[in-house]
Design a protein around this ligand. Structure first.
Ligand code: NAD
Ligand code: UDP
Length: 326
């Protein structure tokens, strides 16, 4: 297959690029590098079947040559990122999603929308099943992300029902792993960066709110299975093992072996008190289940963050040497 991945230089998108290239697909990654990084594509760029186009998909999206599938991942995803870019976030789920759908339609390609558990908002049904309509504050601070994704789901559905495009929707639950930006503000990257730096680990609210954390390798396996299928979805993709944020903080502090204290901060407005995916549909339609538990996934992620901070420190020292020498 030749697959276009919007947002392919980001955390999830770059892992999806690598997985598809490793199995022999060609990949065109389209990204404006607003929250993604070229260094995420180090492995992909060594593969002749990979092409990178720097482009804001809310303005235009054109790819020459054959296209068999389009995966639309381009969107700010971490709360601090989308709160900083409210209008761009709304555009990513509306104009960006439509540009990606038009591209898929023109090529008769499969279209995959990376939606989110945030469409359930602050859920009144637990665990969240795909037939639950959600509980979203349409004018709260998180609405720019939640409603953008809800609109993208409606648009995707309309392209399927009225224009016959082969579309699929996945709702991704909190995913973590190597290549998250240290400063992207999500809980796993924050806790690990803080603990490794000997800084207090910042728990928002009481820490009794829950999330269900999925390791990135499991998640992108689910994205690939959805690309390969004709399943319309929506399909939840996530790891149903549920933890409180306080438990996560304790695990990271224990596993980094740095005696980082906990600092409690104010809970952000509309922060969902609990979240856990029902994944029966993914198991039934895609044969997909996560295989990597939180302890193992955190170990890989902590190793990655530690190696990267040593790399950055080394580069800083070399830079300082050059300045002295120069
Ligand atoms: P990320 O911020 O690392 O990646 C997003 C990528 O999209 C970045 O490379 C960014 O530069 C690019 N991008 C943003 N706006 C763009 C635009 N207008 N044009 C071109 N490129 C643009 O985030 P991520 O965690 O990798 O998320 C990827 C997708 O998965 C997003 O759509 C997000 O909503 C969805 N998702 C992620 C999670 C998660 O836990 N990681 C959970 C639910 C949904
Ligand atoms: N959180 C926290 N400390 C942090 C960052 C986040 O306690 O430094 C909490 C946040 O309030 C939420 C949970 O961790 O309850 C998950 O936050 P994240 O931003 O990773 O994802 P969300 O599920 O809220 O989109």
């Amino acid at each position: 297959m030749r697959v276009v991945i919007t947002g392919g230089a980001g955390f999830l998108g770059s892992h999806l690029c690598d997985l598809l290239l490793r199995r022999g697909d060609s990949v065109v990654c389209v990204d404006d590098l607003s929250t993604g990084r070229l260094e995420n594509l180090e492995e992909a760029r060594q593969n002749p079947a990979f092409r990178f186009i720097e482009c804001d998909v809310t303005r235009a999206l054109d790819v020459t040559g054959a296209v068999d599938a389009v995966a639309h991942l381009a969107s700010p995803a971490s709360p601090p990122d989308y709160l900083r870019r409210p209008l761009q976030t709304l555009a990513a789920g509306s104009r960006g999603a439509e540009n990606a759908l038009v591209l898929a339609r023109r090529h008769g390609a499969r279209f995959l929308l990376a939606s989110t558990s945030e469409v359930y908002g602050s859920p009144e049904v637990h665990p969240q099943t795909e037939d639950y309509w959600g509980h979203v504050n349409p004018i709260g601070p998180r609405s720019v992300y939640d409603e953008s994704k809800r609109f993208a789901e409606a648009l995707t559905t309309a392209y399927r029902t009225s224009l016959g495009v082969n579309t699929g929707i996945v709702r991704i639950f909190n995913t973590y792993g190597p290549r998250m930006r240290e400063d992207d503000g999500r809980v796993v990257s924050n806790f690990i960066t803080q603990a490794l730096g000997g800084q207090p680990v910042t728990v928002y609210g009481s820490g009794r709110q829950t999330r269900s954390f999925c390791y990135v390798d499991d998640l992108v396996r689910g994205l690939a299975a959805m690309l390969d299928s004709d399943e319309p979805g929506p399909v939840n993709l996530g790891n149903p093992a549920e933890f409180t944020v306080g438990q996560l903080a304790d695990m990271v502090r224990r596993m980094t072996e740095v005696s980082a204290p906990v600092q409690y901060r104010q809970l952000p407005q509309d922060d969902p008190p609990r979240r856990r995916p029902a994944i029966d549909r993914a198991a039934r339609t895609l044969g997909w289940r996560p295989a990597i538990g939180l302890e193992e996934g955190l170990r890989h992620t902590i190793d990655h963050f530690r190696a990267r901070s040593e790399e950055l420190r080394g580069a800083e020292l070399r830079g300082a040497d050059l300045t002295v020498a120069g």
